[in-house]
Design a binder for this molecule. Structure first.
Ligand code: AMP
Length: 527
């Protein structure tokens, strides 16, 4: 029998085997597996019963999801999957210009919007977007949209769920856009086969169970959400979505819902620690804690061990390009620290993945030597949407195998454990978001009119950055105007808090802006 790689298959399976089990909960709303499956199948029917719903060149059609995390977002993602489409999350936290760039890149067949997303459906956006928009709620900016067919999700007729549409391992399951150095976000294409491999591996590795209640803290545009939603549904467990407005009450949320699985970037735990929310045993219901997506500081782990004494803690590492996470480290005693740094090791490759540290020519280096971390195996992305050259340079073939060059500086120790030592390039994490500083610089150059510019992630505490500061090579600058103009181009987490004019920009030996010196400048200023 042919395997159907559609990500919705697990939900369909649990909807039949255990229809009344809770699948997703967010504030006052919740759906059982049967309800979630029926809603997703309803959406899928609306998409697939249209005459123009036909695969082109053997490719799955693409459906944009304009939604913030919540029950509707889950239904939208699953509906797109159920229809056999590639789902493309579009972050709501970005200006219209950036959404337009993204729409121009990905040729969507439809958009599904929740109430929040519907508020962003401007005339401009609808003009360049797809012909079909399925939306929830009444918050439409443009109630009548000319050639675009607008369908209210609430009016979709009930259906008897059919099987999710067949998908092959090579079909693209989702495309996630990340910051791009040229100023344009790049779409990472993940196949249904890679996603399936990841979900099978990680649910087994973490020993997730149908009785689990797992936390969702991520937006759909961050691939950690793929882990949160689909690993939970893979085992028939319940996904509890932490509303974006109550993030600082996460501990109370875990306690009141009796959650058993925590999923977040370490930055969230760091913030909870800062506001002294991590009292001893305050998270006693947790049995699994997944931290991933950025460095995991020892201080966070120590506070967590006391707050969640019954929980296993794992540090998961991975770029979007290797399907969520590809290396894993269980945190035991003594703490598996990276030598000389107070952060956790990133561990060893998950089954089906291979990791190597290589030199500038792609040759493996000896253990203990720093080099670039490269990843191969079943989870490597198909590449970047419409960017063949970039794909070829980031996914080289070494020793007859396709690898992904992560851009992370790493070393492997004598036990085979990998350690992440920072970046080779100018990619940073700002409060958990992946940012290419060059993307900010590209826009800064345009709005400031200066040729020489440089942005840095600052301030940094515990190895984490909480903001951006930008510099322009000029004698004076109207910083407020520049920041205001950048607001039309960049999402809030990429906006500089300050733009500083420097008559003489520090340059390094290759004539590039010396970001290290810019850091020192601000450190000195802060005393
Ligand atoms: P993203 O594609 O947003 O998941 O970002 C991937 C990048 O985040 C990696 O290339 C690393 O630089 C960083 N990263 C992800 N997980 C970890 C981790 N557990 N420890 C250290 N850095 C990490």
């Amino acid at each position: 029998m042919l395997t159907n790689y559609n990500l919705a298959c697990a939900v369909n399976h649990h909807a039949m085997a255990n229809p009344d089990a809770p699948a997703v909960v967010c504030q006052a709303r919740s759906l059982t597996y049967a309800e979630l499956a029926e809603r997703a199948a309803r959406l899928a029917a609306c998409l697939t019963h249209r005459p123009d719903w036909q695969r082109l060149d053997g490719q799955a059609l693409r459906v944009g999801i304009l939604a913030s995390r919540g029950v509707d977002a889950c239904v939208a993602v699953l509906g797109a999957c159920w229809a056999g489409a590639t789902y493309v999350p579009i972050s709501l936290k970005q200006p219209e210009e950036r959404v337009l760039t993204l729409l121009a890149q990905c040729g969507l067949s439809a958009i599904i919007a929740d109430d929040e997303g519907a508020k962003l459906l401007s005339e401009r956006l609808l003009t360049v977007g797809p012909r079909l928009v399925i939306h929830a709620g009444q918050s439409l900016l443009v109630p009548r949209a000319g050639a675009v067919e607008m369908v209210d999700m609430a009016t979709l007729p009930p259906v008897t769920p059919e099987e999710p549409a067949p998908m092959a391992a090579s079909d693209t399951a989702y495309i996630i856009f990340t910051s791009g150095t040229t100023g344009v976000p790049k779409g990472v294409m993940i196949s249904a086969g890679s996603a399936r491999h990841y979900l099978t591996t990680i649910t087994e590795w973490l020993d997730l169970r149908a009785s689990d209640r797992a936390l969702e803290t991520c937006e759909l545009s961050f691939d950690f959400s793929v882990h949160n939603m689909f690993s939970t549904w893979e085992v028939g467990a319940a996904l509890h979505i932490l509303p974006a407005t109550t993030v600082m009450n996460a501990v109370k949320f875990v306690r009141s819902s009796g959650l058993t699985v925590w999923n977040s970037v370490p930055a969230l735990a760091g913030m909870l620690r800062q506001i002294k929310a991590l009292a001893p045993e305050s998270l006693a219901s947790l049995r699994v804690t997944v931290f991933g997506g950025e460095q995991l500081p020892a201080s966070t782990v120590t506070a967590w061990q006391s707050a969640a004494p019954n929980s296993v803690i794992v540090n998961l590492y991975g770029p979007t390009e290797a399907t969520v996470f590809c290396l894993a480290q269980r945190v035991g005693k003594p703490l598996p620290l990276t030598p000389g740094r107070n952060v956790m090791a990133i561990g060893t490759p998950l089954p089906g993945n291979e990791a190597r540290v290589v030199d500038a020519h792609g040759h493996p280096v000896a253990d203990g030597t720093a080099g670039e971390l490269v990843i191969a195996g079943d989870q490597i992305a198909d590449g970047y949407l419409g960017a063949d050259e970039l794909t070829a340079s980031r996914f080289p073939t070494l020793d007859g195998k396709r690898w992904y060059r992560t851009g992370d500086l790493a070393q492997r120790d004598a036990t085979g454990c990998f350690h992440c030592l920072g970046r080779i390039d100018n990619q940073v994490k700002v409060l958990g978001h992946r940012v290419e500083l060059e993307e900010i610089d590209a826009h800064l150059r345009i709005v400031s009119g200066a040729d020489v510019v440089g942005s840095i992630a600052w301030p940094q505490a515990n190895g984490m950055a909480s903001g951006i500061v930008s510099f322009v090579g000029a004698s004076a600058i109207d910083a407020d105007r520049v920041i205001d103009e950048l607001k039309n181009r960049l999402p809030p987490y990429m906006l500089p808090r300050r733009v500083i004019a420097l008559e003489r920009m520090p340059l390094n030996s290759s004539g590039k802006v010396d970001r290290r010196e810019l850091h020192q400048l601000l450190d000195k200023e802060a005393g």
